[in-house]
Write a protein that binds this ligand. Structure first.
Ligand code: GDP
Ligand code: GDP
Length: 462
């Protein structure tokens, strides 16, 4: 696992020189696909024993003066979005310029993780610049000479802990981190707390069999934003996601298309492998299982939907190519019947008909995804759970194996994403699955939590 570092800064500060030093002869990017911008160079960098991807915002010198500012800004923003860390370079001999300040602003606004570098600081040349650099408010600058290779060990020392932290976060991100809630908390939850934001966009994966229409759907959702996020990210990076604003909802979508492109380039498999599908699921908060209306609920679809449930992801079923269907009403009935029969573990999950090609149904899909995310994050106060539990056991008492009735004493929600509950009881090992299902389905109905995986654990009181 590795990270991506973007080198940003105004022209002539030494970005390319630094890029070349980090990459050496290992320049990896060869992208001759039409439409892919060539403004961002990407390479495999090595610094002592650190290996990472480096992006250089080169190629601006060709720009005419009046377009330079805007292009530079756009390019930098894009690089920032693609990167985990930004190395912001200024020229130590010139000191801080108004243009540098503009870059600092962009980085601050984008909430980028910034390392400030004062270049051309060989000998004592950069002393004044290094002091001035503090005024950018981006912390302590590291002094470098890209040309002479000085300061590289300092850069290394700064990057190591960041890289370690990033790897840890990436690992923790893979299965989305559970939020532990103090036991017995009485607090009402606050939907604002988990509303998708720029900083924490809603993570979505679209999975389904080849040809279901995944790429078409993702392209439709991303729309023009795709150009901003840069499709070339998919070629050299492993974890591929695209950021977009989907009708006002900040999202990150797992780029199944980019993944396939990558597979094509390396000439391996044309289709997504199962492993790729699994990776997509791990990435996501909400998994959209995309079915082809002409061949719905095939073995592969069922397996991947089941995996999403097992991994505790919120699931939305989308039936694509709905434009091809003539007898929509009958078909919908048939689909719902199949869904209930073949995926009982996802009971109540939304089933949305869409046409990725025409864009019909996409707004309903967006709403279903948001709602699923909301439920997935939800927390129910203990008092409400316990009064519900009382009513449930009264209506339908737990079994009495061997004449000894199991007593359910107390219940609390211990986690969210997905919701997890603990019920304290006597003889938890004797509890029948059917009664557990009764409780889980009851929770779904009473607290309006359809579709989301619900974890319910019985625990004896020691
Ligand atoms: P970029 O436009 O930011 O990519 O900058 P370049 O890498 O093209 O460098 C611009 C100029 O600064 C070139 O003439 C480089 O040789 C020079 N340069 C780059 N790094 C250093 C350095 O560490 N010290 C000195 N003195 N010059 C440097
Ligand atoms: P992927 O393999 O899942 O990424 O599928 P693609 O997005 O490449 O689509 C496979 C084929 O289905 C392409 O020929 C698309 O044009 C077509 N397709 C995708 N969505 C729709 C749709 O909503 N309606 C129709 N009629 N065709 C679609």
């Amino acid at each position: 696992m590795s990270f991506t570092l973007a080198i940003v800064g105004r022209p002539n500060v030494g970005k390319s020189t630094l890029f070349n030093r980090l990459v050496g002869k290992r320049l990896a990017l060869v992208d001759d696909q039409p439409g892919v911008t060539r403004d961002l160079r990407e390479g495999d960098a090595k610094l002592i024993d650190l290996r990472f991807t480096v992006i250089d915002t080169a190629g601006l010198e060709d720009a005419t003066d009046d377009s330079l500012q805007g292009r530079m800004r756009r390019l930098t923003e894009r690089a920032v979005e693609m990167a985990d860390i930004c190395l912001f370079v200024i020229d130590g001999r010139v000191g801080v310029t108004p243009q540098d300040e503009m870059f600092a602003d962009i980085l601050r606004r984008k909430n980028a993780h910034v390392v400030l570098a004062v270049n051309k600081a060989e000998g004592k040349a950069g002393d004044a610049g290094a002091i001035e650099a503090w005024s950018l408010g981006l912390g302590e600058p590291v002094r470098l000479s890209a040309e002479h290779g000085e300061g590289m060990d300092d850069l290394y020392r700064i990057l190591v802990p960041i890289a370690d932290g990033f790897v840890e976060r990436a690992l923790a991100d893979a299965p989305v981190v559970d939020v532990d809630v103090p036991e017995g908390s009485e607090e009402e939850d606050d939907p604002e707390a988990y509303k998708p934001t720029e900083k924490h966009p809603l993570q979505i994966a679209v999975i389904g069999r080849p040809n279901a229409g995944k790429s078409t759907l993702i392209n439709k959702i991303i729309g023009q934003d795709r150009l901003l996020t840069g499709p070339e990210a998919g070629i050299t990076r492993d974890a591929i996601s695209l950021r977009a604003d989907w009708s006002g909802t900040p999202i990150r979508i797992f780029d199944t298309a980019g993944m396939r492109k990558k597979a094509k380039i390396s000439d391996k498999v044309e289709k997504l492998s199962v492993a790729d599908g699994l990776r997509a699921v791990r990435f996501a908060e909400v998994v959209v299982v995309l079915l082809d209306v002409e061949i719905p609920f095939e073995q592969q679809d069922l397996r991947i939907a089941d995996f999403a449930e097992t991994e505790g992801r919120a699931v939305v079923i989308a039936v694509n190519k709905w434009d091809l269907e003539d007898d929509k009403q009958d078909k919908l009935f048939e689909l719902k019947e199949m869904f209930e029969r073949l995926l009982p573990q996802l009971r109540g999950a939304p089933l949305i008909t869409v046409s990725a090609k025409t864009g019909r149904g996409l707004e309903r899909l967006r709403e279903a995804i948001l709602r699923a995310h909301d439920i997935w994050n939800r927390r129910i106060p203990t008092a409400r759970l316990n009064s519900w539990l009382g009513a449930m056991t009264e209506a339908h008492p737990p079994p009495a194996p061997g004449g000894r009735r199991i007593k359910l004493r107390y219940m609390t929600q211990v986690k969210t994403r997905p919701p997890g509950f603990i019920v304290m009881c006597s003889h938890p090992d004797m509890m029948q699955d059917s009664y557990k299902r009764y409780l889980v389905n009851g929770l779904r109905d009473h607290f309006d939590m359809p579709g989301t995986p619900i974890r319910l654990t019985l625990r004896g009181q020691g």
